[in-house]
Ligand binder design. Structure first.
Ligand SMILES: [Zn+2]
Ligand SMILES: [Zn+2]
Length: 175
C-alpha cells in the first residue's frame, strides 16, 4: 500500500492491508508465509510530526533447527515509527533503531508499506527456530527424530550432580 502523506488529515487515520508472499516479495527459502499477512496501521499527524503505528499478524512455516521438521508459528508484530521526510543521509528508505521507537526516513512524501512489512517479517524469524521449546532434536548417532522415536543411544540416567555438568558441556558443544 502506498500512502500519500501530503493529503493526510490532522489526527489519526487508520488503514488495513492484506498481502501474500508474492506481494511482499518475500524470499521463500527458509520459511513460507501461510495464507495472507494482515496489517493494521494508524498514522498520527500533528502539524509536521508524523507517527506510524504498525501491527502485523501472520503465520509462517519454519524448519526446526534441532529436529529439522517443518512447523507453523503465528506472529503478531508491533512497531512505532517516527517519520522524517527528505532528511535521510543515504538517499534511500532506512530505519534506525532507537530503543522502542524507530526512525523512518522517506525520500518522498509517499509511504510505501511493502518494504516495512517485508522487514518486519524477516526480523521476526528466530535465528534458531524450534518446533517446541523442549524439542529433543535428532540423535547424533543414528539420526532418528527423538521427539517421535527412541533409539538405543538415549543418554543414560545420570546422577543429579553430573546432570548440571552435562548441561554445561552440551551448551559448549552447541557453540
Ligand atoms: Zn524440533
Ligand atoms: Zn540413536
Amino acid at each position: 500500500m502506498k500512502i500519500d502523506l501530503t493529503s493526510l488529515k490532522e489526527g489519526s487515520t487508520e488503514y488495513w492491508e492484506e498481502q501474500d508472499a508474492e506481494g511482499l516479495e518475500l524470499p521463500q527459502e527458509e520459511f513460507t508465509l501461510l495464507e495472507t499477512l494482515q496489517a493494521h496501521y494508524t498514522l498520527h499527524k500533528a502539524g509536521k510530526n508524523l507517527k506510524f503505528n504498525l501491527e502485523a499478524s501472520y503465520r509462517l512455516r519454519l524448519t526446526c533447527s534441532r529436529c529439522l521438521e517443518p512447523f507453523e508459528q503465528s506472529f503478531t508484530e508491533k512497531a512505532l515509527y517516527i517519520i522524517q521526510i527528505g532528511t535521510e543521509p543515504w538517499g534511500e528508505e532506512k530505519a534506525l533503531t532507537t530503543e522502542e521507537v524507530l526512525m523512518l526516513f522517506l525520500p518522498t512524501t509517499e509511504l510505501d508499506t511493502i518494504p516495512i512489512l517485508r522487514e518486519t517479517v524477516l526480523l521476526s524469524i528466530p535465528m534458531k527456530p524450534l518446533c517446541r521449546p523442549d524439542c529433543k532434536g535428532l540423535c547424533p548417532v543414528c539420526g532418528v527424530n527423538r521427539n517421535a522415536e527412541t533409539c538405543n543411544h538415549e543418554e543414560e540416567k545420570v546422577d543429579a550432580r553430573w546432570a548440571k555438568l552435562l548441561e554445561i558441556k552440551k551448551q559448549l558443544s552447541k557453540g
